[in-house]
Design a protein around this ligand. Structure first.
Ligand code: SER
Length: 327
């Protein structure tokens, strides 16, 4: 896991990007509850409020919280394969320097040559209006693997205000073995095709519902570290990876129950598999929420009746409830 993070930062450092530390989870920005993406620390550079740094390219591995606010995954955690309240986002950023062509070429090179994903398993989405990205992707991937989607899927905004733009997402096909829903086609709602990387072509700033062009078109990308680790370790659920194994072991020791991985659950025919599924979901909730609560407390957020402290309280309460469910 450390290796993947380092491979990513090194790859972009070798291509002229400065490595930035992860910024705090609580941003100095009243429009956001928590840092919810790698681009948050660069927001004022994108909008032109502060000058473009030298070099005009950055890379980071950013700790993010997506609970409360516009990007809120709290209720999904435990019950889906991929949601977290706290996760790490790998990103590369261009401040008026390179744009779509290089962002796409870098992403393709990293995914196929450094991570070694099989090209025949890769697909991409683009914004329905984005003919330029379509042509650029056609240099790497066949046109039938490129899907155009609307604003809901392929337009990214930090929040109701802030920099935003059309985006292009890279998907990995996890194969038919474990995925049998009628939604498991590329572009469907099923889990078989997993999004790993979002390339945002930052072009606008949104304020009071109005979009104005940014001073310079820029790049903001985000790749979910936990997802990539799961794919590379051939796990069907992020919580089944080596990244979460120590937490699962601790919860097992505390509860005297066993955590079952998703592939084990899928193969089971026992009558109590439903109960084991609930148990595993509770393990995942506790593992996820323990990380969020620990990091938020360590960074100075405290329990409260409103705002950030209230979200923290809700996360802890949900973990405690699942602790009771585990006995
Ligand atoms: N900001 C975009 C996202 O969060 C890309 O990093 O998906």
């Amino acid at each position: 896991m450390r290796d993947i993070r380092q491979l990513y930062l090194d790859f972009f450092a070798q291509r002229g990007h400065k490595i930035y530390d992860s910024m705090p989870l609580v941003p100095d920005d009243a429009s956001l509850l928590f840092t919810n993406a790698g681009m948050v620390q660069f927001k004022d550079i994108f909008t032109g409020k502060i000058p473009i740094p030298t070099p005009p390219k950055a890379t980071s591995s950013q700790l993010c919280i997506r609970a409360g606010g516009k990007h809120n995954d709290l209720e999904n955690v435990g019950y889906t394969a991929r949601h977290h309240t706290l996760f790490e986002m790998l990103g590369n950023f261009s401040f008026g320097n390179y744009f779509k062509k290089d962002a796409i070429a870098y992403a393709w090179e990293f995914v196929t040559q450094v991570l070694g994903f099989d090209k025949s398993l890769l697909y991409v989405t683009i914004h329905e209006s984005d003919d330029e990205s379509f042509s650029l992707w056609c240099e790497h991937i066949s046109p039938e693997r490129i899907k155009r989607m609307g604003d809901k899927d392929n337009f990214w905004q930090m929040g109701d205000t802030g920099p935003c733009g059309p985006c292009s997402e890279i998907y990995v096909d996890q194969g038919a073995e474990f995925f049998h829903s009628s939604e498991d086609y590329f572009g469907g709602e099923g889990d078989r095709f997993l999004e790993i990387w979002n390339l945002v072509f930052m072009q606008y700033e949104q304020k009071d519902g109005i979009r104005t062009p940014l001073p310079k078109p820029s790049i903001d990308t985000g790749m979910g570290l936990e997802r990539v680790v799961a794919l590379l370790e051939k796990k069907l659920n992020n919580f089944d990876t080596s990244l979460f194994a120590p937490l699962m072991k601790s919860i097992e020791n505390l509860t005297n129950k066993r955590y079952y991985h998703e592939d084990e659950l899928l193969k089971m025919t026992d009558s109590n598999v439903g109960e084991l599924r609930h148990t595993s979901a509770s393990f995942r909730v506790i593992a996820d929420h323990a990380r969020s609560v620990a990091f938020l407390l360590a960074q100075g957020v405290n329990f409260d009746r409103e705002g950030r402290g209230y979200v923290l309280r809700r996360i802890l309460r949900r973990a405690v409830r699942h602790g009771y469910l585990l006995g």
